[in-house]
Design a protein around this ligand. Structure first.
Ligand code: ADP
Length: 275
């Protein structure tokens, strides 16, 4: 009597539990897909009119204006650019979140790449009166086979962060060769800053989405907490590694390693990255 009822109850209870668990899992997956789709659509819809605002303010800058008007216009332009940065982060992240990162390897001139990053962010450094140097070691091959657009994206993200969180001194980027854990030839990019630094207990959180070290810093510096999560996803997809060493109040070194097979015709097949 009691034994049967007991067993029957156990089985139905377990079934009910399993069903509930599966439903919860399905719902969570669905919610994540909906969130990603929502972020992608919203970002896209916001980007179009925002580009209109930035474009029109650029045109206005070429017209005859009073000093005050020029100042206001500059603010409009800068706010537009800042908002576009955020929207681009969210859109990038949504794309990366919804599927595998599509890599497009080509032959990349490492020194040309770093020079373009220097040109792009040099002004930001100048405005804050920060030193900003990029040093590429002599043994780094002139041409490598990789997705240059992705490397550039990660580098810009890390350098922009370094400049943002540095109030005096400056930022040095160093690029050197390195054999990866897989035994493949690689490059290490180190972004070294003399900025505010990050307490040890926050290091593990940094590369997770929407994570910022603390609320007061967020208010002071702004940002979405997505930049490093995006970097990590890209570097992971490339078969590389990303990390940080940092001391609060002293500065940070963000580094990433990526496979970088030399691309110069002298390449032996064994050195080619398997794909
Ligand atoms: P955010 O858009 O907020 O900058 P990130 O993912 O790029 O998002 O960075 C996450 C957090 O990591 C930042 O909010 C900041 O607290 C910290 N951080 C990132 N880079 C640095 C750095 N170079 N120096 C100090 N703190 C940093």
């Amino acid at each position: 009597g009691g034994g049967f009822v007991q067993t029957y109850t156990d089985i139905t209870e377990r079934k009910r539990f399993e069903t509930a668990l599966r439903d919860a899992r399905d719902a969570a997956e669905k919610a994540s897909q909906v969130r990603t789709a929502f972020l992608a659509t919203m970002s896209h819809e916001i980007r179009t009119p925002l580009n209109g605002i930035i474009g029109m303010s650029s045109i206005l800058e070429t017209t005859r204006l009073s000093a005050a008007q020029r100042g206001h216009l500059k603010s409009i332009h800068e706010c537009g650019e800042a908002l576009l940065d955020i929207v681009n982060d969210v859109l990038d992240y949504a794309k990366l979140d919804s599927g595998a990162v599509q890599l497009e390897p080509t032959v990349v001139d490492v020194r040309a790449l770093t020079t373009s990053v220097k040109e792009m962010l040099g002004q930001r450094a100048q405005e804050k009166n920060l030193r900003f140097d990029i040093v590429v070691a002599d043994d780094v091959p002139a041409l490598i086979e990789t997705d240059g657009t992705r490397i550039r994206q990660v580098l810009i993200n890390l350098v922009a962060n370094a400049l943002k969180f540095t109030l005096q001194g400056g930022v040095v980027v160093s690029v050197g060769t390195r054999t990866l854990a897989t035994g493949r030839p690689g490059l290490r990019f180190s972004i070294i800053d003399s900025g505010i630094g990050i307490a040890e207990d926050s290091h593990a959180q940094l590369f997770k989405e929407f994570s910022q070290v603390d609320a007061s810093i967020t208010r002071r510096f702004g940002g979405t907490g997505l930049g490093l999560a995006i970097c990590k996803r890209i570097v992971d997809a490339m078969g590389g590694e990303i990390g940080v060493e940092s001391t609060l109040g002293k500065g940070s070194v963000f580094w990433f390693d990526v496979p970088a097979p030399q691309a110069d015709g002298a390449l032996r097949p064994a050195e080619r990255a398997p794909r």
